[in-house]
Design a protein around this ligand. Sequence first.
Ligand SMILES: [Zn+2]
Length: 335
Amino acid sequence: MTYPKVELHCHMDGAIPERLFIRYCREDGLVPEGMSDEEWMKQNVMSGTMSLSDCMGLFGVLTGILQSKERLEELSFELLKDMYESGTKLVELRFSPQSHLNENLSMEEAVKAVLRGRKRALEVYPDLVCGFLLCMMNLGLNLGTIENNTRTVELAAKYKDQGVVGIDLAGDECATPIEDYAVQFELARKLGVNYTIHAGESGPASNVKFAIDQGGHRIGHGIHSIEDDALVNELVNKGILLEVSTTSNYFSRSVSSLEEHPIRKLWNRGVMININTDDPALMGITLKHEYDLLERLFGFTEKEFILSNIYSARTSFCEGKEKIIAELMEAFHKC
Ligand SMILES: [Zn+2]
């Protein structure tokens, strides 16, 4: 059965279509002379597990080639186009404006560039529902500053009516405690900005607990919640959705094997889950790959997938999602 897919956790830079990645790398002279596209891709796509810090290193190549307005706009448009054409009709993309300042772009210009790409995508696909989350960065790996994190929240508030739907805290959650960002979350609440927080991916269940106590409306990954019974109950009772990315969690060594991933246990306990790619280009996967994996390893049924998409659409920060929810409900009842 075909039904609209909902993806809420996808990093725009980690999702760059191969055609753009190769073109930008060649334009920037990064590909050694005589090297084929295939060889270059092999060097830049993960084929197995890596530490989160090493993943961030590969991310450096991706952000390195995305330092101009033109490329950010083009990536935003092309990625939304690819996602829509592969059946994902409700999309939240995320990126960190402060990671694109190497060539004198301002954070605001970076935000405006991706929003231009979004606008163009909506002109071509009027029934696409999409928005951007602006990521604050964990300060631990020198990927961000306090000032830029605060600016991220302010920009999210400023562009709230133009396609920015919230903020996120990304980066290595084990590098510095999530508690350190309480001031920015407080500001987000004051400015009426929605937020999701990367927590309980490589870090412990207590990080998820803190993220919820901070008012996190959704949690990025949150898979280690399974280690705390009371926390799982709280997720269920408060209707907090986990944005889970099975392959990514395995590649970042947040679970020791794919088979040991707790997604089935969390789902069976009643936790709402969204299925995501996280960084599909970096990991050489697609959303379909993730669905197939969950069906094969954990026996997820079509009806469960549709239900997961209903939960995801309901908890999405995007406006104008009612039609997609209705389509999903119809598919659910037919299934
Ligand atoms: Zn992520």
